[in-house]
Design a protein around this ligand. Structure first.
Ligand code: AMP
Length: 115
């Protein structure tokens, strides 16, 4: 757990949040400022800055985060309409919270900025 990390505090139940899923290694909760009707954040409980810090030994955890995203999407009825899972790593991607997180977005047509 990293001091002053908001997502560590959420994952550690120190800050109340709209939790939608939790197990030993990950937590998922509603984004505070949703950009789509469904906007869930999936975070690892272990603090790491972003995707750049993961290595081969983390493949199981990263796979689990994606399977968790698919599970939540299924639970929320997004399978047919579709959804997107993204992670922002570093300044050019606009990462604003310095604890790894996957965004699960759905419930509307999503545009994609490829520039
Ligand atoms: P990113 O820009 O990829 O780092 O995404 C960070 C996301 O965290 C943004 O979508 C914020 O709205 C969201 N966020 C920041 N603080 C909280 C919080 N306390 N609870 C839920 N979501 C948050």
């Amino acid at each position: 757990m990293e001091e002053n990390c908001i997502f560590c505090k959420i994952a550690n139940h120190e800050i109340p949040t709209d939790l939608v899923y939790e197990d030993d290694t990950v937590a998922a909760f509603k984004d505070l400022n949703p950009v789509a009707p469904v906007h869930i954040l999936i975070v690892p409980k272990e603090h790491k800055l972003n995707l750049s810090q993961y290595k081969e030994q983390d493949e199981k955890l990263l796979g689990h985060m994606l399977v968790t995203a698919a599970h939540i999407a299924r639970e929320l009825g997004l399978e047919e309409s579709g959804y997107r899972v993204i992670t922002n790593a570093g300044p050019d991607a606009g990462q604003s919270v310095m604890h790894t997180h996957f965004h699960l977005l759905g419930g509307r047509k999503l545009s994609f900025d490829k520039q």
